[in-house]
Design a protein around this ligand. Structure first.
Ligand code: GSH
Length: 204
């Protein structure tokens, strides 16, 4: 199956889908969305995804947005990283929702303000940093007990939570404060097909 991923390299949300495609050894091509030129708000892109968000995955007549949905779709298509039974699938969903709401959302916004915008209000910066550190601590504790987020196997929950962890330096977060998370990040890097976001997607 041939996949087209609308993405840009600075996007950790797009990276979740790109990493999954790579780990599944899928036949895929990135299609650059020039985010910093506002391409995601053009009529052409909004016709593809009315929320104006990246990533979008296209394959045949199927068109999907929301990284969690894309990950779930690819897990079903390939039979990889999706868990072995209903209980495992619910546990994966639980962590993907945690990732989207607490882990990615605060970290991605903090990194955007610190690395790209560079003009964040101090109170906003402090709020986001506090929320980000709290989410990182929860993941770190979890990974002290388990090699991967839902247990002994890599799943799409790990892939989802990988979105922004390779951008922690850009968010000025010291990974050394989260040692289990750091070890997990290194384990993810050892997976065949792993690549850094800046190496597997085109930059905006
Ligand atoms: N929950 C969405 C978040 C997608 C998202 O926020 N993507 C960013 C790029 S990393 C975007 O396109 N933002 C444009 C906007 O919010 O207007 C997902 O997981 O796919």
């Amino acid at each position: 199956m041939n996949y087209r991923l609308h993405c840009f390299a600075q996007s950790g949300n797009a990276y979740k889908a790109a990493l999954m495609l790579n780990l599944c050894k899928a036949d895929w091509q990135p299609v650059l969305v020039d985010y910093f030129k506002g391409e995601h708000k053009t009529e052409r892109f909004l016709a593809l995804n009315e929320t104006g968000e990246v990533p979008v995955l296209e394959t045949g007549s199927t068109k999907l947005s929301q990284s969690g949905v894309i990950l779930d779709f690819l897990a079903q298509e390939t039979g990889l990283f999706g868990g072995g039974n209903e209980r495992e699938r619910r546990e994966i969903l639980r962590w993907i929702l945690f990732d989207n709401h607490k882990f990615t959302s605060y970290l991605a916004t903090l990194r955007f303000l610190r690395f790209f915008a560079k003009d964040a209000d101090k109170a906003v910066d402090k709020f986001l940093e506090t929320k980000t550190l709290a989410a990182l601590k929860i993941a770190d504790q979890r990974l002290t007990e388990n090699d991967y987020i839902t247990g002994k196997q890599v799943t799409i929950a790990d892939i989802s939570m990988s979105g922004y962890v390779y951008f922690l330096d850009e968010a000025r977060i010291d990974i050394a404060k989260f040692p289990a998370l750091g070890r997990w990040r290194e384990r993810m890097q050892q997976l065949p097909g792993w690549g850094h976001p800046y190496d597997i997607m085109p930059k905006s």
